[in-house]
Design a protein around this ligand. Structure first.
Ligand code: C2E
Ligand code: MG
Ligand code: MG
Length: 681
């Protein structure tokens, strides 16, 4: 108790002892030789004091001591603690022994004090204090006792069966003294049992546990040790507890954020990895790994803006989380890719129904701002059994199945099969082989002549890529172009084709051969800026004959942002290159827009030519359209004299096909002799 310093009395010590009447509630203490006094906690005053107490407090009379306001200068911690004692006295007939430092004249007096409740005549509870012995202990003892009193760390000693033997003030302030049995501290009884189990085994325990306190449930870093009660020698539990609620909340929040995808709020890749690492390999639990992405997500972003793209991802994540069970997890891997890990049972039908349900939830219109975006997803699913395979393999399987869904037209789900895996492995091997072939210059061009129907002369050649495989011989484009397109290898192949083709055109120029060259440009290559860079570089070379080079694009290049495409084509055309539409009639080009593109040639797809004369009306229509556009009309895949004659009669400009020549190495197709014009029958 820190009381205000009092002045040393100047007069003779005159203790005014009350008459020892039986009505005096303090009567029993008056004749004691040790200092005893009663402190009215409510009013902060000493109401009774025996002579030794008055001497100790350096007061001339009990009345003078009673007049002192002891609450002045008292710290709030001490005031609070006194209130706590008062409550404890009310509820329990308890006695405390504590080391206190009193300040009778401003100088500290450390002493051991015993406290117990004292009922005042008006019925209120006060505190009777009795000096047990004056302590002239070693400073370390005094300091350690002081530290125990004032620390915020809760320190308590319990009997093994749970009853509290001692609690320091911090512990008393926090824990409910009346009900304070050890097990009652724990909000979760499992924590208590774990502690007892540890104490039983290792003699100590440490954990962060939730504790029931006077302020409600809070988190404590609890450390417990088995020891012996210094007073009785009986085994006891020494408990130290620090309130870590704020820290835990902050840490939980940080962990929550670290585990979550910021945009959608579902789990992120880092969490998934940890979760997978935590799955026990011995468990026979199986999972359905569902991997999905948004169909044409780039288009959503391009058309509706990135905010709309974000809304789509958020809504999809929300729908996924809503449809799965509590133990299933939804993860955004990144971009528009998500993984759902569903618990899997052996009930196949129930599992398929669940998958149907998940898939059904994901597609549909999504509202963003004022617009509704029709969204669909492609899904690949596989079984993941931690005991049998690793997660990377499962994810790859789901990816293969997802790819399958995409190829089959999107907006569907596919279950992975071994067959799919084999095909994917073959594709991967083929990709590696192509990559190697590109590195070793195994790719070359074959040439197929284009014959002008008026002059009967070869006016142009189409350069067609060939793979001169060391074991398989010449490999045709159908066996490598699609893989190159899918994997992006087309960028390298396209570049090599352009280099071979351009150097061939230079050769012809130097040899004064007036032959033009057509080269095929894939959609992906067309979208790549490196193509423009390459074309510009050559267009800037003086005398380079850009007008002898024609770039064949397919109709699907002409879908999308038509103004941007038209602008690009105009630039290419301004550099002098010619532009042809290959396989014309098979795609979906916008006829209303086509006149805005600088096209020099339409190549009628061979499927129409091979159905001549049945397909005559369509071919005539394309020829008429070509005329309107001022483009040269080329018939592809001409194999028979009948087709040839029809084209001749219907004023097609040029023909290309096996009837004239199959594609082949340059030396085989471009003879010095002009190719003979077949009879028009
Ligand atoms: P394409 O550009 O339409 O080329 C014409 C294809 O038709 C060539 O097949 C050619 O050999 C074939 N062909 C020509 N005349 C006849 C005929 O009378 N009858 C039949 N049945 N077929 C005929 P190829 O060389 O196998 O090329 C196939 C496709 O591969 C090409 O179609 C083109 O789209 C693509 N391609 C070829 N080389 C390249 C290239 O360097 N880059 C890109 N991106 N694609 C290429
Ligand atoms: Mg072509
Ligand atoms: Mg073609």
């Amino acid at each position: 108790m820190q009381a205000k310093p009092v002045e040393r009395p100047t007069g003779p010590l005159a203790v005014d002892v009350h008459s020892a009447s039986r009505q005096d509630p303090f009567y029993a203490a008056r004749n004691l030789s040790t200092p005893v006094w009663v402190f009215d906690i409510d009013h902060g005053r000493i109401v009774y004091a025996n002579p030794p107490a008055c001497i100790m407090w350096q007061a001339d009379t009990e009345a003078e001591l009673s007049a002192r306001d002891m609450s002045k200068g008292m710290s709030t911690t001490v005031a609070k603690r006194l209130k706590q004692y008062q409550a404890d006295f009310e509820q329990n007939d308890v006695t405390f022994h504590e080391m206190w430092t009193l300040y009778p004249n401003g100088e500290p007096l450390s002493t051991s004090v015993a406290f117990r409740g004292f009922r005042l005549p008006d019925g209120r509870m006060a505190m009777q204090c009795e000096i047990i012995e004056r302590k002239d202990d070693a400073p370390e003892n005094l300091r350690s006792a002081e530290a125990l009193l004032h620390t915020d760390v809760m320190i308590a000693l319990f009997k093994l069966e749970g009853r509290a033997l001692y609690m320091n003030p911090a512990a008393r302030n926090t824990f409910d003294m009346t009900t304070c049995a050890l097990h009652k501290l724990f909000a979760d009884q499992t924590d208590f049992h774990v502690m007892m189990f540890d104490l039983d085994g290792a003699g100590e325990h440490r954990a962060v546990s939730q504790v029931t306190t006077e302020q409600g449930k809070r988190w404590f870093d609890m450390s417990a040790k088995l020891c012996n009660d210094a007073a009785t020698g009986e085994p006891a539990v020494l408990l130290t507890a620090i309130d870590v609620s704020e820290l835990k909340t902050a840490r939980d929040k940080a962990r929550y954020l670290a585990d979550r995808d910021q945009l959608t709020g579902c789990y992120n890749r880092a969490f998934l990895q940890r979760h997978i690492d935590g799955l026990t390999q011995s468990s026979d639990m199986r999972y359905r790994l569902v991997y999905f992405d948004v169909d044409k997500f780039k288009q959503v972003n391009d058309t509706h803006g990135h905010k709309a793209g974000d809304d789509v991802l958020k809504e999809l994540s929300h729908r996924a989380q809503k449809v799965v069970d509590d133990e299933d997890i939804v993860v955004r891997l990144g971009g528009d890719e998500f993984v759902i890990l569903l618990r899997h049972s052996d009930n196949e039908q129930a599992e398929m129904e669940k998958l149907d349900r998940v898939f059904g939830q994901l597609s549909g219109s999504i509202k963003s701002g004022g617009s509704h975006i029709l969204t669909s997803v492609s899904v690949g699913a596989t079984i993941f059994n931690p005991a049998e395979s690793d997660f990377t393999t499962a994810l790859r399987e789901a990816d293969i199945a997802l790819y399958h869904s995409k190829r089959e037209g999107r907006n569907r789900y596919t279950l992975y099969s071994e067959e799919m895996g084999r095909a994917a492995r073959e594709k991967t091997e083929r990709e590696a082989e192509i990559r190697h072939g590109l590195k070793c210059n195994q790719f070359d061009l074959h040439f197929q002549p284009r014959l002008d129907l008026r002059s009967g002369k070869v006016v142009s050649m189409e350069g067609l890529a060939r793979w001169d495989h060391p074991e398989r011989g010449i490999v045709e484009p159908k066996d490598f172009i699609p893989i190159c397109e899918e994997t992006g290898l087309i960028d390298i192949l396209g570049q090599q084709v352009l280099e071979i083709g351009f150097s061939q055109v230079l050769d012809w120029q130097q040899q004064h051969k007036d032959v033009h060259l057509s080269l095929n440009i894939s959609p992906r290559q067309f979208a790549d800026d490196r193509l423009m860079e390459f074309l510009r570089k050559f267009a800037e070379v003086p005398d380079f004959p850009t007008d002898r080079i024609e770039l064949e694009i397919t109709e699907n290049v002409l879908i999308g942002e038509l103004d941007v495409i038209a602008e690009k084509l105009r630039t290419i055309s301004d550099w002098g290159y010619k532009i042809a539409i290959d396989d014309f009639g098979t795609g979906y080009s916008n006829l209303a827009y086509i006149s805005r593109f600088p096209l020099s040639c339409l190549k009628i797809d061979q499927s129409f030519i091979q159905q001549l004369p049945g397909s005559g009306p369509i071919v005539s229509l394309i020829i008429a359209l070509g005329r309107q556009l001022g483009a040269t009309i080329v018939a592809e895949g001409v194999e028979t004299a009948e087709q040839y004659d029809w084209l001749m009669q219907n004023e097609c400009d040029q023909v290309q096909g096996y009837l004239i020549s199959k594609p082949g190495p340059l030396k085989d197709v471009l003879n010095e002799e002009p190719i003979l014009l077949p009879s028009a029958g």
